[in-house]
Design a protein around this ligand. Sequence first.
Ligand SMILES: Nc1ncnc2c1ncn2[C@@H]1O[C@H](COP(=O)(O)OP(=O)(O)OP(=O)(O)O)[C@@H](O)[C@H]1O
Ligand SMILES: [Mg+2]
Length: 606
Amino acid sequence: MTFNISTSSFHGPAHMGQYRDVTGKVFDWDIMRLLLHYLVPYRLQMAESLLWMLIGSGLALVTPYLTKQAIDVYIAQGNYSGLAWIALLVLLCYTLSFLVDWRRRIVMSKVGNKILNTMRGELFRHYQVLSMSFLDQHGIGTLISRMLGDVGVINELLSQGLVAMLSDIVMLVSIIVVMLALSPRLALLTFTVLPFMVLATVLFSKKARTAYRDTRMSSSNLTGRLAEDIDGMRVIQAFTEEGRMSREFETVNRSNRDANIYAIKLSAIFSPTMEVLSMLATCAILWFGGRMVEGNTLTVGMIVAFLSYTSRLFQPILDLSQVMNTWQAAMAGGERVAQILQLEPDIKDTSDSIDIPSIVGQVDFDGVDFQYLDNTPVLHNISFSIPPRQTTALVGPTGAGKSTIASLLLRFYEASGGEIRIDGVPLKKIKITSLRSQLGVVPQEPFLFPGTIGYNIRFGRPDASDAEVIQAARAARIHDYISELPQGYDTPVLEGSANLSLGQRQLICLARTILASPHILILDEATSNVDLRTEGLIQEAVEQLLEGRTSLVIAHRLATVQHADNILVIDHGEIVEQGTHRELLAKNGVYAHLYQTQFLTSEAMT
Ligand SMILES: Nc1ncnc2c1ncn2[C@@H]1O[C@H](COP(=O)(O)OP(=O)(O)OP(=O)(O)O)[C@@H](O)[C@H]1O
Ligand SMILES: [Mg+2]
């Protein structure tokens, strides 16, 4: 008899402390209904695996009886040809249960993996429509652990737990019935250990549940911590804080170790306890059964059958306690997955959303207010217009709200006050895909996907020809670099773009946007990390790109925005000045001051 604490589901990384493992209700009909609907497409397969399980249980019941017959009837009477037949029958039973078990495992694991696949796909699709504010609030770790840990344990319940539970109950009841039918006295005697077993199981399950949760939580903390530390290894090494980080890691590492040891200790005492109880039952059968054989009220074969049934009696009890654990974990996981799936994206199309197939390019911000978090306003009363095909630049100190304005135009977040319009249509009324497919952005943090450089440039237009890709890369002044690489455009981008410099990443992102050729263009510090010479070279390409498009250009280096049709100076979420480069210089205000400082600095540098 073995007992394992379930560790079969994989737990992905989680941000420290963010992993909530709800102790949860044991049963919640709403969640169960949600989970069961995943089974609906597989009802036939579920029925099939239940059938195999029942047949398997039936076979398990028959073999001890056949053994009894073999001993009592054929061996006792010396009927050896009959014995051969019955031996053959036993062999047949075992072969059948082998086949049945094999088939059931295959059916169930197919169903299980298909459900897993469906749920993960559904979650992923949902992650993609949820807004940025949702992603801001939930750490990557939490979202990953929903996808792997929670979905895994739900799948365990659906694909195996439910069928196992039914079959365990059937098995338990039928063994009890068969034993009572064979010899009520001996059966009742054997059953005296049952209450103790149930008691031990109940006590254990309670503790195991907590232990199981602790191991999950601590291992997910460990993974989360590890992921963060590997990510920040440069900083750790640069500040020579390896010692302190090791000690901090050790704390998390140790609590995971202790949680595991505790769980093992629990099961280490549980299994032998069950073993002893089952031995007691065996002793009772041998002792009292033996005396009954002497008194001719029982046969030897019956004793053998009883021993065999007894050993099968306890497995379902163990399994059921195991299923209860899975059940509760799945309920908690289901609750968390449901929370996400039932979350309506706060930015979505409505029935009156319209397509604007070809944007002309008039952009209006009209008294826009915005805050990421309650009570911390970021933008206040932002009003400006960009006429079609003109360039507006945003300048201003760090944290002023420039990138936020860009995010609002892309409708990554919803303005809390005022209105943003494109071609006179409020952003809220434009279909999201219609809007975003015509907007192009080179973000402040250049992001590349694992894949080749070519793949990344093509990201917005997968059907672009090689010539078009090269043309875009040339315009972004990154073609020469790429073509010098041994694998050229097929060079893989490593995880975290580790094999590319920050400036190179920016230029690839720029090429990506050039290729997509959007109607409205947003450049957020698009060239902030390239050297001045390259920036000068790109300037021309950028000018070409800006030509004929409505553009919003954010830059710290004022030299790059001098030619803009309009410059907005943002400070503390408000527009403090606006005008052309000349006008602003003449005003001799914030901009003029900024410009002079930068001009002097660059003079001093050259
Ligand atoms: N996702 C977010 N959640 C909460 N606050 C945010 C978020 N993003 C930005 N902020 C806050 O909003 C303010 C404006 O940030 P924003 O990124 O727009 O500044 P910025 O002008 O682009 O600065 P920089 O020049 O450094 O890029 C900052 O105070 C910042 O802390
Ligand atoms: Mg910014």
